[in-house]
Design a protein around this ligand. Structure first.
Ligand code: PLP
Length: 410
């Protein structure tokens, strides 16, 4: 099966928008991907026909909303091949999922002198919650470095994992470099030392088929808005054995079983971790996004996006004074770059004037920038609705900016 690009692009209305009178070229997919009408239509239908708070009602509307939200949980379960649907917890996004684990797992399993291991290429969302936990518990945050190609130095794992290591948190795909990390190998090694692993899949669920059971991941987190779904919704997958032992981290709403002023008992999974009214219409939207992606097929998506990456990389390499940050052997469809003598903000702002949306700055991964001794990069990230013609527009745009700055171009 191949991508029917014209049909797909019709599903994303925003792709036909004009920016400053020019056709939009959207290459900021790693920050937020666009949403097809198949997702927005379902959400609108729920708002217009079935909206009512879930779990607490006996009436028709509440039951319809509850059914929609719980079906969405099952879709997520199947999407990542979790053993049980109650191992899927809905959160606001990747960041909240990591915070949940850092707080709750941290409360349960981490004491003074223990160690938490993260990698040097993490998004701040997979650094700061652990750092806060370590400060609170007087634990130690250790860092697995990467080499100048942007590949994790796995040979350092044996010395970094000690008998005080309580958890390893690492991304599947780096949002700043595009590196696809060998997470199965990392998980297997950590498990051989009895260390559980949290996988930040914020940049991978939209590109690669994930099977949490085959990976044997202990926790896996991602966001809806990078998976062609709505904003404000995300997932924490956790193995039942950990989630059962972990205490709730927020109180109120559906997370209780019984409340008295003396004592509260907590609900069972997954509700123990879902305090307050959940973003149930976004949950339903996420379910629709999963349906959309699965109808195309992640293998098909991945192959097409790799084609875009190869095409773009070759064109980028032909631009004089171009430096690509992140040249790992296994890479996802994004290119982080700088042209010598041109500040990333100038490049980003001038491309914007041409209707081309790219991201500039640290990409919330300051340690990656520190590694290379730079303040930021320009990042172009590709999705399955992008085309080689759009990449040509980007390349022409970069060359135009180079000429404006007097940089030598082809
Ligand atoms: N982790 C990675 C690898 C990311 O790329 C991002 C967002 O860019 C996040 C975590 C945070 O995601 P969110 O802002 O949706 O919580």
């Amino acid at each position: 099966m191949t991508i029917d690009i014209n049909k797909i692009r019709h599903d994303f209305l925003i792709l036909s928008e004009k920016i400053y009178g020019k056709s939009l070229v959207y290459f900021d997919n790693a920050a937020t991907s666009q949403t097809p009408t198949q997702v927005t239509d379902v959400m609108l239908e729920y708002y217009n026909k079935y909206n009512s708070n879930i779990h607490r009602g006996v009436h028709y509307l509440s039951n319809k909303s509850t059914e929609g939200a719980e079906n969405a949980r099952i879709k997520v379960q199947k999407f990542i091949n979790a053993e049980h649907s109650h191992e899927v917890i809905f959160t606001r996004g990747t960041t909240e999922s990591v915070n949940l684990v850092a707080n709750s797992f941290g409360e349960c399993y981490i004491s003074e002198g223990d160690e938490v291991l993260v990698s040097e290429m993490e998004h701040h969302s997979n650094i700061v919650p652990w750092q806060m936990l370590c400060q609170r518990k007087k634990a130690i945050l250790k860092v697995l470095p990467f080499n100048d190609n942007g590949e994790l130095m796995l040979e350092k794992l044996p010395e970094l994992i000690t008998d005080r290591t309580k958890i390893l948190a690492v991304n599947h795909i780096s949002n700043a470099l595009g590196t696809t990390n060998p997470i199965k190998e990392i998980i297997d090694f950590a498990h051989s030392k009895n260390v559980p692993v949290l996988i930040d899949a914020a940049q991978s669920v939209q590109h690669k088929k994930i099977d949490v059971q085959a990976l044997d991941a202990d926790f896996l987190v991602f966001s809806g808005h990078k998976l062609y779904g709505p904003t404000g919704i995300g997932v924490l997958y956790g193995k039942e054995k950990y989630l059962n032992e972990m205490p709730p981290w927020q109180g109120g709403g559906e997370m209780i079983q019984e409340v008295t002023f003396e004592k509260t008992t907590y609900n069972e999974l997954p509700f123990k971790f879902e305090a307050g009214t959940p973003n149930y219409i976004a949950e339903i939207g996420l379910g629709a996004a999963i349906d959309y992606v699965e109808a195309i097929g992640l293998d098909v998506i991945d192959a097409y996006e790799q084609e875009l990456l190869d095409y773009a990389t070759e064109k980028f390499q032909a631009i004089p004074n171009m430096k690509i940050y992140g040249t790992a052997k296994h890479k996802s469809s994004l290119i982080s770059f700088l042209v010598e003598g041109i500040h990333f903000y100038d490049m980003g702002m001038l491309l914007d004037q041409m209707g081309i949306a790219v991201r500039t700055g640290t990409h919330c991964a300051e340690p990656v920038m520190t590694h290379f001794g730079i303040e930021g990069t320009v990042r172009a990230s590709f999705a399955f609705y992008n085309t080689k013609e759009e990449i040509d527009v980007l390349i022409a745009g970069i060359e135009k900016v180079c000429k404006m700055f007097g940089a030598k171009t082809v």
